[in-house]
Design a protein around this ligand. Structure first.
Ligand code: URA
Ligand code: CA
Length: 435
């Protein structure tokens, strides 16, 4: 096989064979094919595209480039959720206990936050004592015991994706449906769940800027999941403002706890319910959306989902008294931001808020940055809310001294209108393939 000819073939818009794709992925991972050739191929893929078969073969080759996680020792149909990345998105912490309390195993390998999006592992570490360093045996045992475990990745999953993603990042080839979906799905399939629900975000804080693009990406990812034998659905959701009111690690844990008790913000509750409902469907636990919804509502109202979260925190070594009394969380010093105008909130740029929260210390600039787990932003107003001049719109928590600068940044993220504003629709579309 010849790399030059493979690049030439894709440049002319021809379909690559499984062998050709594997040759490139293996060669790039082991260093025998150089960056410049793979860059050229990636650009040809961006310009000419790949079909579902090629994308699936790319996904498969990336999975085969590294370790895979065998979760067959977990009893029952294991579910997993993936979000394409939002701001203030705490759904995993609500969803996990919620579906686990229904008896469905939720065994999740999560990541840390980078840039403007937060990571579940960082959030969890704001509960003193809680460890996310589980060995694979413990991860499996915990899931069998209480149906819920969340940990970091210990093994080298999809090294090809890591290398290709870094190259894409510097060659303007991130933005292609086949490349994004194979990157995401290779990682998800390699970690072993049986069914998957994807939360594909659309809006200013997201990869996908239009619903059309999100539909195309979702269709491809659902196809890849199904081809890999995993029941998969995607939900396209609005990221035109941060999810919930809290952005920041401890703040989001508190918000998740409140939501599990049925006292959280409406949008976080609604999205968690929607995704949980889909997990009940893909795992075969429920037959209809109505049935799933009823089961889930009971888990919240009876306190069972909240109890499951406590059980999870205890099993992973966390101090449960923090869950029982959220005033114990050590938040950073507080500053208040007031509106300079009268009107209605029309938009809250999620990217802007994410960046501001990072600047307050809640996120990482680089992988090495230290986090302030007590830093972040509480949004006192959201889209559709009426505001008066001088009214509180956001509360900042930080140890940084450039608070005035960050206040400006947050103020810039808010858009106001003189006229009444309708609330945005949160769930935009559901993508699934007929069985
Ligand atoms: N997230 C990923 O993991 N990969 C992409 O290509 C884009 C988003
Ligand atoms: Ca939130």
């Amino acid at each position: 096989m010849n790399t030059y000819e493979i690049i030439e073939k894709k440049k002319n818009g021809l379909k690559l064979t499984p062998e050709e794709i594997k040759y490139i992925v293996d060669g790039y991972t082991n260093g025998s094919i150089p960056d410049y050739q793979v860059s050229a191929l990636l650009m040809a893929i961006c310009l000419k595209g790949m079909d579902v078969d090629e994308t699936f073969n790319l996904t498969k080759s990336m999975i085969e480039s590294g370790d895979t996680i065998d979760l067959t020792k977990i009893e029952g149909k294991k579910v997993d959720k993936h979000s394409t990345g939002g701001v203030g998105d705490t759904t995993t912490l609500v969803l996990g206990p919620l579906v686990a309390s229904c008896g469905i195993p939720f065994a999740k390998m999560s990541g840390r936050g980078l840039g403007h999006t937060g990571g579940t592992l960082d959030k969890l570490e704001s509960i003193p004592g809680l460890s996310i360093d589980l060995g694979i045996e413990e991860f499996i045992d915990n899931t069998n015991k209480i149906k819920l475990a969340i940990c970091g990745q210990t093994t080298d999953v999809t090294p090809a994706d890591k290398k290709i993603y870094a190259l894409r990042d510097t060659t303007a080839t991130v933005n292609n449906v086949s490349l994004i979906s194979s990157s995401i799905m290779s990682k998800k399939i390699a970690v072993g769940a049986d069914c998957l629900v994807l939360d594909v975000k659309v809006g200013s804080g997201a990869f996908m800027k239009t619903v059309e693009d999100a539909v195309e990406l979702s269709e491809m990812m659902v196809s890849l999941g199904e081809k890999a034998g995993k029941n998969t659905q995607a939900v396209i959701t609005n990221m035109n403002q941060p999810l919930g009111r809290a952005v920041g690690n401890s703040l989001e844990v508190i918000e998740a706890i409140n939501t599990l008790k049925g006292q959280g913000p409406e949008d976080l509750y609604e999205l968690s319910m929607e995704l949980a409902e889909k997990l009940l469907l893909v795992s075969g636990h429920s037959q209809t959306e109505e049935e799933a919804r009823k089961v889930l509502e009971e888990k919240i109202s009876s306190g069972k989902a909240y109890e499951k979260f406590k059980e999870f925190v205890a099993l992973q070594g966390g101090d449960v008294s923090y869950v029982e009394n959220v005033d114990k969380f050590d938040l950073s010093p507080m500053f208040e931001l007031f509106s300079e105008v009268d009107g209605y909130v029309q938009g809250i740029d999620a990217l802007g808020i994410g960046e501001a929260s990072k600047n307050l210390g809640a996120g990482r600039e680089t992988k090495e940055s230290e986090l302030d787990l007590g830093a972040g932003i509480l949004l006192n107003k959201k889209i559709g809310d009426k505001v008066s001049k001088g009214e509180l719109i956001a509360t900042l928590y930080t140890k940084k001294d450039n608070v005035e600068e960050i206040k400006e940044q947050i103020l810039k993220a808010f858009k106001f209108s003189d006229n009444k504003v309708e609330k945005d629709q949160l769930i935009l579309k559901v993508i699934k393939h007929e069985q």
